[in-house]
Design a protein around this ligand. Structure first.
Ligand code: SAH
Ligand code: SF4
Ligand code: F3S
Length: 464
């Protein structure tokens, strides 16, 4: 039987039962995008989205294992759901990155026997078959594989937003940063056929989407795998990230382009030049620093030094007018000394990031850094986190002040929470702007707003 047959069988079996589903997503934007595909599949089978968790007949967990707290959240929720299983006979499925770890699979099998389906990051497309086995054959299903299968195109998708869309351009990661579990659970880098990507974005534009975010663990490695995971294998001119960006920039109807995440090591001059020339690419770029110390960076296997990062940031800001940077930072990597941590603060002072996502190092079994004996004590890690946060907070206050008097192009998200007569939206750097509508514009429109006041947690503006 093919996947379409499984979809049909399940659909026939559950029709007229008005069954509902819920998907809980624990991870990054790639994980979110996978959840949109999972939602597309289950809706094809006849499930509709539940309004509240308790009414769901099918609960799907899309897990993350990048840090320990993501795992803890899953187990908390799984405990809660056991009762629902007993009262509603709810089907429980767990997928995502965590299920690619053998120890987690074993834990689920041993301690959470009421789970019906486990599936991995490479087997989303076969979820219809899994559900078929549970509903029609009354079986428990384990559908996790380690190999990086061919890229599956054409899955249905149920997007979370009507105006902004995420498009995964490549799967997996080859970088093997020594702290990170992602390459183990997501497999090798696999670039999608550019024609499939562009077709998806053209379709989005036709449907009224204005903004796309191109996703991948290292988007600027796009094409480096020679498209060997595409079926059939692809010969194409659009064989790197810069060329792909230009093509996306040419699509009518798309007004804003973002991407997540590039790797500093592969931030070549042609990518910088392309961004400069492509007016739709937002002027805030996420560029993960991780640490500001060259020795730590080497041990992290990041492939750049403190000086190289600073030079790159400088060069980008020089070549792309009004460019702002956001970043990810890990504090308390094994062996990190006080002086080495100071280097991270130094880079933060110098680059003045618009946004910083800060993480306390979390030991991930199976990664190289996890086996080190010089782990930094929890207390010190937390102290460093607080110091970094304090520095960042003081920078944010000054940054907000600089917005006053500037014009920002933002998408109208809806009425302001505190004052329904006003609209709100966000700058590309994620700062909330509240403004009075003119009466002509509607939700989803991209408008120019002049910032007039800084209220610390939000900015006030006037529509132009
Ligand atoms: N591919 C992306 C990041 C993916 S994971 C990149 O390289 O930028 C998102 C972020 O989680 C990373 O940037 C890193 O800051 C953080 N992270 C990854 N592993 C971690 C760990 N073991 N402990 C703490 N933070 C971690
Ligand atoms: Fe993890 Fe490094 Fe790959 Fe990012 S580039 S996903 S941090 S291994
Ligand atoms: Fe988490 Fe997997 Fe993303 S581990 S951060 S959901 S790639």
């Amino acid at each position: 039987m093919e996947e379409v047959d499984f979809i049909k069988s399940v659909k026939d079996e559950i029709k007229d039962k008005n069954l509902k589903y819920v998907i809980l997503t624990f991870g990054c934007q790639l994980n979110e995008n996978d959840s949109e595909k999972i939602a597309g599949l289950v809706e094809k089978m006849g499930y509709s989205k539940a309004n509240v968790f308790e009414e769901a007949n099918l609960v799907i967990f899309n897990t993350c294992c990048v840090r320990e707290n993501a795992e803890e959240r899953l187990f908390g929720k799984l405990g809660e759901i056991k009762k629902m299983k007993e009262t509603n006979n709810t089907i429980i499925a767990i997928g995502g990155c965590m299920m690619q770890e053998k120890s987690m699979l074993d834990k689920i099998k041993k301690s959470y026997r009421y789970v019906d389906i486990v599936f991995g990051t490479h087997t989303i497309g076969t979820l219809p078959e899994d559900l078929y086995k549970v509903i029609i054959k009354n079986e428990k299903v384990k559908n996790v594989i380690d190999i990086d299968g061919e890229i599956v195109e054409g899955l249905p998708i149920r997007r979370n937003d009507k105006f902004r869309a995420s498009v995964t351009i490549m799967y997996g990661c080859n970088k093997f940063c020594s702290y990170c579990i992602v390459p183990y659970v997501r497999g090798r880098e696999r670039s999608r056929n550019p024609e499939d990507i562009l077709e998806e974005i053209r379709r989005l534009a036709k449907e009224g989407y204005k903004e796309v975010t191109l996703l991948g663990q290292n988007v600027n490695s796009y094409g480096k795998d020679d498209f060997k995971y595409c079926n059939p294998k692809v010969q194409t001119e659009i064989n790197n990230f810069a060329k792909l960006l230009r093509e996306v920039n040419n699509i009518d109807g798309i007004e804003k382009i973002k991407f997540m995440s590039p790797h500093p090591r592969d931030f070549t001059d042609d990518v910088i030049e392309t961004i400069r020339e492509c007016e739709k690419v937002t002027r805030i770029i996420h560029m993960p620093l991780q640490s500001g110390n060259s020795k730590v960076l080497k041990e992290m296997n990041r492939g750049y030094t403190k000086e190289q990062f600073l030079e790159l940031a400088e060069k980008m800001k020089k070549r792309i007018p009004n460019l702002k940077l956001s970043t990810d930072i890990i504090v308390g990597f094994p062996g990190e000394t006080e002086e080495e941590f100071e280097d991270t603060l130094d880079v933060v002072r110098k680059v003045e990031f618009e946004q910083i996502f800060m993480f306390i190092y979390s030991k991930r079994e199976g990664t190289r850094a996890a086996s080190r004996e010089d782990q930094v004590p929890e207390e010190i890690k937390h102290k460093r986190f607080d110091r970094l946060k304090e520095l960042y907070d003081s920078q944010v206050e000054l940054q907000n002040e600089k917005y006053v008097g500037t014009v920002q192009s933002i998408m109208i998200e809806g009425p302001s929470k505190n004052d329904e007569t006003k609209y709100c939206g966000r700058t590309d750097s994620n700062k909330v702007i509240v403004f009075k509508p003119n009466g002509k514009e509607k939700i989803g429109d991209i408008v120019n707003v002049k910032i007039t006041e800084n209220h610390k947690w939000f900015l006030v503006g006037e529509i132009m």
